[in-house]
Design a protein around this ligand. Structure first.
Ligand SMILES: Cc1cc2nc3c(=O)[nH]c(=O)nc-3n(C[C@H](O)[C@H](O)[C@H](O)COP(=O)(O)OP(=O)(O)OC[C@H]3O[C@@H](n4cnc5c(N)ncnc54)[C@H](O)[C@@H]3O)c2cc1C
Length: 444
């Protein structure tokens, strides 16, 4: 078995010897470096004397993707296309293809290799592919360090229950997936029209307030530059300063991870060889991030309050009819029109920037949980705003963290009104970490 095959978490069917092409259907990992699914597709093509074709499509949640996310994602896909061209590997961009690969592609396919995603639409994509195609299908875990199915066979309760399982296995999963050279580099003609790599022309891009942003550009090169800058100047102080939103001593790699522009394995390898202690950073990148993937993979209600542990559901039910003071509806929240200046500034920051520091995300989420008429409405609003405005929205992390606000992966605390035994968080918790007044002032 090759090292790439170790990451296959779903497989079906036999390679069709009469068809001429191995397809890599890139739905998540839009990169060529350290991409085991791409490497596996080339390896299979070489082994069976086939050509290789890369087909990329956007992985979208809930049928739509925002302008800022589309622009960022397509910047990475455009870079992938250029890099493949240099290696004479044909490429097709299908933009949004929730219904699966077109017949013109499947008819030529000996095998389809794809990324293994953890969300409902990824599962549906795999199922539809299995119904439409009777050749070999393999889905590889390209978005995590340790494949989710290798770490645990069940939903883990919290970071403390998954940490040891992940860390014990991590070293065995960090080897770079080097891309083999494709032997058959003859061209390939397909009778279908490729989508333009112009994000403005892509159907299904929602025309909401989440307009495009310019301060962060997508793509593997930009991801690597950001990683290098972080390792050079911020990693050494990450453990002490990462909670200080004024210093922003964090990596801002989450959008690149969301769209697969950089492999988490590459980040861990480089962080470990930097001249600073990387443990606190690896705790977030590996333990917290991969706990979120574990959650979405094993709990198919990941976008509903039903996925909460019993204690959290019970306490929220008990306090459902408590009076909310203040109380807001979706429009006041989305328009940042509450009576809380810090919260309004956080909401504006995520709308304008598409990014918010982790501690402010916690505060932002906890406020919504307390200020809306019931937990179900609050959770729905939180998730909608999260996935609409954050560049990294629509990720397993989005679903796990919006439920963390209501008690997921956490323990019970002393009982309060409205949120019951769920961990409270208000201004005091923020002020203990950094100068909140300065943070707000800097944004006025
Ligand atoms: C209410 C709420 C909503 C959130 N929504 C999202 C979201 O939509 N998408 C998203 O990727 N993250 C989300 N997070 C988690 C976290 O806030 C971001 O991943 C982090 O702030 C990204 O910034 P960074 O890349 O600079 O992080 P760094 O501090 O540099 O961390 C490195 C990487 O570790 C991972 N990481 C860091 N913090 C967490 C965490 N708490 N949980 C899981 N993984 C983490 C991320 O992949 C991050 O890129 C949310 C957190 C909260 C409390």
């Amino acid at each position: 078995m090759s090292s790439f095959e170790d990451r296959v978490s779903h497989c079906k069917g036999e390679l069709r010897q009469n068809s001429d092409t191995v397809i890599y259907w890139s739905v998540l990992a839009h990169r060529i470096a350290d991409n085991p699914a791409l490497a596996r597709a080339i390896e299979l093509a070489n082994e069976h004397g086939k050509r290789c074709l890369v087909v990329a499509s956007l992985s979208i949640h809930g049928g739509e993707i925002t302008k800022r996310q589309t622009k960022f994602a397509v910047q990475g896909i455009a870079e992938m296309k250029e890099a493949l061209k240099e290696k004479s590997i044909p490429f097709f961009f299908l933009a949004v293809c929730d219904d699966g690969l077109p017949d013109a592609i499947l008819d030529r396919a000996a095998a389809v290799i794809t990324d293994f995603g953890y969300l409902r639409h990824h599962r549906q994509q795999r199922e539809k592919l299995g119904q439409a195609f009777d050749g070999c299908i393999e889905a590889l875990e390209t978005m995590v360090c340790v494949p989710v199915v290798e770490v645990s066979d069940k939903q883990e309760y919290a970071a403390r229950t998954i940490r040891k399982k992940l860390m014990e296995r991590l070293d065995n999963w960090l080897t770079e997936a080097k891309m083999p050279t494709l032997e058959d580099q003859t061209g390939l003609r397909l009778d279908i029209e490729e989508s333009p790599l112009d994000w403005k022309k892509i159907d299904g891009v929602s025309d909401d307030e989440a307009s495009e942003i310019d301060w962060l550009e997508g793509g593997s090169e930009k991801a690597r530059a950001r990683l290098s800058a972080f390792l050079r100047s911020d990693l050494a102080n990450y453990a002490d300063d990462r909670s200080d939103a004024n210093k922003e001593n964090v990596s801002i790699l989450s959008p690149y991870l969301r769209f697969g522009h950089i492999a988490p394995t590459e980040i861990v390898r480089k962080a470990r060889s930097a001249k600073a202690d990387a443990d606190a950073f690896i705790e977030e990148l590996v333990v917290r991030r991969e706990l979120a993937c574990n959650f979405c993979h094993y709990n198919h209600n990941y976008d509903r309050l039903d996925a909460l542990p019993d204690w959290a559901e019970e306490t929220l039910d008990k306090h459902e009819s408590d009076e909310r003071d203040p109380k807001y509806g979706t429009a006041s929240l989305e328009n940042a029109k509450t009576g809380d200046d810090v919260w309004n500034a956080a909401m504006m920051e995520m709308k304008q920037r598409g990014y918010l520091h982790n501690h402010l995300r916690m505060f932002w989420g906890k406020y919504i949980a307390k200020a809306m008429r019931d937990p179900k409405t609050a959770h729905k609003t939180l998730l909608t705003l999260n996935n609409r405005y954050f560049l990294d929205g629509g990720d397993p992390n989005s679903f796990a963290n919006t439920l963390w606000v209501f008690g997921l992966h956490d323990r019970a605390f002393q009982e309060n009104d409205v949120i019951g035994k769920v961990r409270p968080m208000g201004h005091g918790a923020l002020e203990r970490q950094f100068d909140v007044e300065k943070w707000v002032e800097d944004r006025q």
